[in-house]
Design a protein around this ligand. Structure first.
Ligand SMILES: Nc1ncnc2c1ncn2[C@@H]1O[C@H](COP(=O)(O)OP(=O)(O)OP(=O)(O)O)[C@@H](O)[C@H]1O
Ligand SMILES: [Mg+2]
Length: 457
């Protein structure tokens, strides 16, 4: 049975509504005023809270906040007199399910209560399904079920237990950080430190002293001793992000350290033994940098004893739906909003888009959509403009292939002809060109029109 709490200043209203809703099969508690309502909420979980906006000892907004603080999925309906609709609207923005104007007709209120219950049922169902789904397809917060991602995860679980150096390659936002942490967390070094540094944007001297440390007076400005990250990550893992940006001089030093397993702080001749597992990441293909002479080949082979390539999101479209739902759940929880899913239109756009910023872009887009969403579903309008207005296919072609404009035109004409059963008039109409123009293009591109099918007499 659904439990509801009704709060008002007038005993007669409470009595009427209690009898009415008990007859409809609800469990009903009533509270005369805000303090009474709060003390009841302290002792029981209510599925629904119906409260007057103005109470002699408090406000409906206060009750709303209190109730959401105890149980986010409990829905609150606000009753208000005519003059106070604005504050009722404010209540909606704070997460109330709905409001009704006084004098309240129990029948009308019932309709709203029923809608709130429907939403709760839906959310519970979606929540249970999602949990099952997420447990099945996650490893250390890494979600995915596409074969290519699972392959990469397989490597993670195999190398985690060892001490070998791992190179992670993947475009921006594909999850390189996440993977590096997953390796560390599943390794025997998990209790040790995980130290990360981004090699891009640091000049030679700075990166050198960050990694290897220095002693006081080693250079102008070295006013104190500094432990390097290699020493700090002793017993744990050192993660060098954007390793491709490392200046050649630092590369030479890193190579020596990896060979000897010993470091010397800048300006010191003391040798320090190190016990660190190295994980590196790059958003560019490191081998290309080797070919261009920007990355040392010997170092390359030393850091990529095992290589993991994380596929870009477009290479694993089958994960988009799973990730979208995962982020939807994550952000609706974080923002205290009950968003059940995506409209079909919105989902199609998401699936169609080419996601140049990969998982990070998807995550950010869903976060803003959840914040903007006004209904229980994310609609097209809630998505960032770059996604809702883009033509995914054209965008994909433009970014991923070297096709010429003429080639594109030719193929587009062929596909349109096929779609209209090789009917040239319909094709020309569809392309909004004249039949003569179409005919000229067919000749120019030497498009073969198949002879009409002869049906048996
Ligand atoms: N498979 C995944 N499942 C869940 N969340 C993911 C997944 N992949 C990436 N993310 C999330 O996407 C965001 C970007 O991931 P991450 O920072 O690991 O990418 P990156 O490859 O290191 O990016 P960059 O190259 O920009 O540094 C993070 O918030 C991360 O939690
Ligand atoms: Mg990163």
């Amino acid at each position: 049975m659904r439990q509801m709490l009704i709060a008002d200043d007038e005993q007669s209203i409470l009595d009427t509504l209690k009898i009415f809703f008990e007859n409809e099969g609800y469990g009903v508690d009533t509270a005369l005023g805000a303090a009474a309502a709060k003390s009841l909420m302290d002792g029981a979980i209510y599925d629904l809270v119906i409260t007057d906006l103005r109470l002699m000892d408090g406000s409906g907004e206060e009750i709303l906040e209190y109730s959401k603080g105890i149980n986010r999925s409990s829905e609150v309906i606000i009753m208000t007199a005519y003059g106070t609709v604005e504050s009722a609207v404010r209540g909606m923005k704070m997460g109330a399910f709905d409001y009704v104007i006084k004098p309240v007709s129990p029948e009308k209120l019932l309709l709203r209560v029923q809608r709130a219950v429907e939403r709760q049922n839906l959310m519970a169902e979606v929540g249970a399904l999602r949990k099952e789904f997420f447990d099945k397809y996650s490893f250390q917060n890494i979600m995915g079920k596409s074969p290519r991602l699972l392959e990469a995860l397989g490597v993670v679980s195999r190398v985690a237990a060892t001490d070998v150096s791992v190179l992670i390659e993947g475009e921006n936002g594909t999850g390189k950080d996440l993977f590096a942490r997953a390796i560390h967390n599943n390794s025997p070094r998990a209790q040790g430190p995980f130290v990360a540094i981004n090699c891009s944007g640091l000049n030679e001297g700075l990166l050198d002293s960050e990694l290897f440390g220095h002693v006081r007076g080693a250079f102008t400005g070295a006013i104190a001793n500094r432990t390097g990250l290699f020493e700090e990550s002793n017993g744990g893992t050192l993660f060098l992000d954007e390793v491709g940006s490392m200046p050649l001089s630092v590369q030479a030093k890193l190579l020596r350290v990896l060979q000897d397993r010993i470091i010397q702080r800048l300006g010191s001749n003391k040798m320090v033994k190190i016990d660190t597992r190295l994980i590196t990441a790059s958003n560019r293909k490191l081998l290309d940098l080797v070919k261009k002479g920007e990355f040392r080949e010997d170092l390359y082979y030393r850091i990529r004893v095992v290589e993991i390539r994380i596929p870009s999101l477009i290479e694993r479209r089958s994960d988009i739906l799973l990730l979208s739902n995962f982020f939807l759940e994550k952000f609706s929880k974080a923002m205290g909003r009950n968003v059940a899913g995506f409209s079909r239109e919105a989902m199609n756009k998401i699936l169609e888009y080419h996601w140049p910023g990969n998982v990070r872009e998807l995550e950010n887009s869903i976060e803003s959509a959840v914040a903007l969403c006004r209904n229980s579903m994310i609609e097209m309008d809630d998505l960032p403009k770059s996604i809702s207005t883009t033509d995914g296919l054209i965008n994909y072609v433009a970014t991923h292939s070297a096709i010429t404009l003429e080639e594109l035109e030719k193929r587009y004409i062929i596909e349109t002809l096929k779609a209209h059963n090789w009917n040239q008039k319909k094709t020309a109409d569809n392309l909004a060109i004249g039949r003569n123009t179409l005919w000229r293009k067919i000749r120019k591109y030497r498009i073969q029109i198949p002879p009409p099918l002869k049906l048996p007499a």
